[in-house]
Design a protein around this ligand. Sequence first.
Ligand SMILES: [Fe+2]
Length: 440
Amino acid sequence: MMKKLTLLFVEIIALVLLNPALAQTAAYTVIANPGENASTEIRLNWHTNTGSGDSYITYTKRADKNWKNAITVKADQALCTVFDSIYSKKPGGEDFYENARFIRNTIALLGLKPGTEYKYKLSSEKPSSENSFSVENGEIRYFKTAPENEKWTMGIISDMHVYPPIPGRQIAAMKMIRQLEKRNKKPFDMMLHVGDVAAWGGSYSFWSTLYADSTFSKYVWAGVNGNHDNMTRRYALSNEFFRNVNNNPVNGYAGETGVSYHFTYGNTLFIMLNSEAMRTDEGLAKAQDWTREVIKNNPARYIIVVEHYQWFMGGDGSSSQYSRWKELFDQCGVDLAISGNNHIYVRTNALYAGRETDGTKGTVYIQTPSSDNERGQSMGELLYNNDLIKSRWTEGNKTVGALIMKAGKKHLTLILYDRNGTPIDQVSVKSKPDKIYGNH
Ligand SMILES: [Fe+2]
């Protein structure tokens, strides 16, 4: 039975790959990312084959039934070769050098309405007039802008290490997202990931496989570059992989534009950092200078910093990136710090000056567990930071977990769930007092 199904699957894939019409015009590796102001700007990335000509996006509000008010815009195009001829593995396990030269299409949609669902189509031909745009023709995709008010909900996931020879990883992570949706009783406003989406970011098909997943493709995604996303099978390192499968805001610092970035989602400023660019003291200083500037220039009710590398080593609780960032977080009033990488969930209450506070001041540190049911880590006794670490969680190497973050006027609430949807841990992040926030 299994064998038959696999054969059928291979035949379907072959049909799709061999169909020249599909191959020529189809858009793939499609993703929606938030703009700097996610209430009014959404940025899209998709790829098309070289030689397939211009690419267009036609979009309108989801409620616009007959696409009456649809707008068509031509995408910006650039040849992308960063994934080409990289040594990798096929889904069947054979070694190969992957051919991946394609056109990267990008567009920033501006002037959108906050808290609104939009639909869009990608096509290689410009519809002759807006009215003649055929609704039947081509896949309809969706995105949602950030609400302007204080209320929104996001799912948070990391470390899925998508690897087509072991499809179970992606399946486990996507199932986890659907479990979160069930707990939330509706889809999220947006999804956040904390890196290590791909096992080898240089392997193009790892990204295209994930992005084609119906659970993944229905969301606007904001994520950070993980060490796995940043490497090839042969450990060639580059932030180009992450950059070219996203269209993030280009407000980052030199060398990291489109990789490190910031965006405002309703009442919250998100600062998304590339851990790989902060391994040296010089790299860290550059990232921190930029972070300080961004916080100064973008007052928000909540300030959230996201990076891949863990705050604490989950195994024994010893300090990791926490030591390098705590001073800045204290000085700049960062409310929540999110990381991943360690594959062990670790969480503190609000900390300020190295001590737990009553929550009116300080930063809550949280690091996500892995979600691939395969590359998890087990933990030992908590030997360090007993006074700071309030919760740890892992299921050993077969760990699957993720979080829901809900925002309100008074606090952010984060809940960790396991694969069965059982709540494991919860923390509340207090809002800045109105008088501070209101001054800006
Ligand atoms: Fe990881």
